[in-house]
Design a binder for this molecule. Structure first.
Ligand SMILES: C[S@@+](CC[C@H](N)C(=O)[O-])C[C@H]1O[C@@H](n2cnc3c(N)ncnc32)[C@H](O)[C@@H]1O
Length: 269
């Protein structure tokens, strides 16, 4: 039996555990996160009104809101996530960075209310693709919740991964399981990474079972599962238009030159 919801909750519990970092490692990790977030923060920042109010769904460790706060473009922002360890990480980081106006809460966008009157609501790094994997129609509900969090004219920003190459491979495989072995780099404690992929043709949901084989101990970790809807860009566009958004625009990545990422912007009418 596939427990999509349980697998999703389990996938991020304990991630970014503050207790696992020494002070120097923590500083280096935060700085690497900010470096790779710069292009996303710049994209959103240039579309915001002054002193914006922002909500982020599936904020993870808070890297996007921290990067935007450091640019001085937000007056208030709330990041929510299912993962307690990631929210603890984000809170600690916001307080260390001295960025006022940021709050982080453990919350489920599918059950808990979002703030209202926001200038922007953001959901990036493919987090939106998890929702329809729980049950078709769930993403539509999340999109409506995000629209209702916005002030009139407010901005929605989504980022999803179409995984076009993977889709092609899984479709070529037919109805069975696509199995891919990868050998990991020599500095990784795990040596082999086995992926089993099954695509549901009717829903576009991809089930991914991950198996890792340890480099020295030979132990096997097969506890991790991921379930994602693979969105073609045009499917994402119609999903968002049907949720009552206007001015839907699609971009190939944050800089317009990467078709492995679909970035969508839209406005609350
Ligand atoms: C791929 S991570 C992206 C994190 C962050 N946006 C980033 O770019 O670093 C997806 C995040 O979405 C969160 N998430 C998944 N379903 C959620 C839900 N229903 N409500 C809130 N957060 C959720 C997960 O806990 C996870 O931290």
């Amino acid at each position: 039996v596939t427990d999509v919801r349980g697998d999703l909750t389990a996938a991020y519990q304990g991630v970014d555990d503050l207790g696992a970092f020494g002070p120097a490692e923590l500083a280096a990790y935060r700085s690497a996160l900010l470096e790779r977030t710069a292009v996303q923060a710049a994209f959103v920042a240039e579309r915001l009104p002054p002193a914006a109010r922002v909500a982020e769904v599936g904020t993870g460790n808070g890297r996007l809101l921290i990067a935007m706060a450091q640019r001085g473009v937000i007056a208030a922002a709330c990041g929510t996530d299912l993962s307690e360890s990631r929210i603890a990480f984000a809170r600690d980081w916001a307080s260390a960075a001295g960025t006022p106006g940021l709050t982080f809460e453990v919350a489920d966008v599918l059950a808990d209310p979002l703030p209202t009157g926001c200038d922007a609501v953001i959901c990036i790094t493919n987090a939106f693709a998890y929702f329809d994997a729980i049950e078709p129609g769930t993403a539509a509900r999340a999109a409506v919740a995000m629209r209702e969090a916005l002030a009139p004219g407010g901005l929605l920003v989504l980022e999803v991964y179409p995984h076009a190459e993977l889709r092609r491979l899984v479709e070529a495989q037919g109805s069975g399981t696509l199995r891919v072995w990868e050998e990991l780099p020599a500095d990784d404690p795990w040596r082999f990474y086995l992926s089993d992929y099954v695509l549901e043709p009717d829903t576009g949901v991809l089930h991914h079972r991950k198996v890792f084989v340890h480099r020295t101990a030979g132990t096997v970790d097969d506890s991790r599962r991921e379930h994602l809807r693979l969105y073609e860009p045009k499917e994402l566009r119609s999903e968002i238009a049907e949720a009552g958004f206007a001015d839907v625009e699609l971009f190939d990545g944050w800089s317009g030159d990467d078709d492995t990422l679909t970035v969508l912007t839209a406005r609350r009418a």
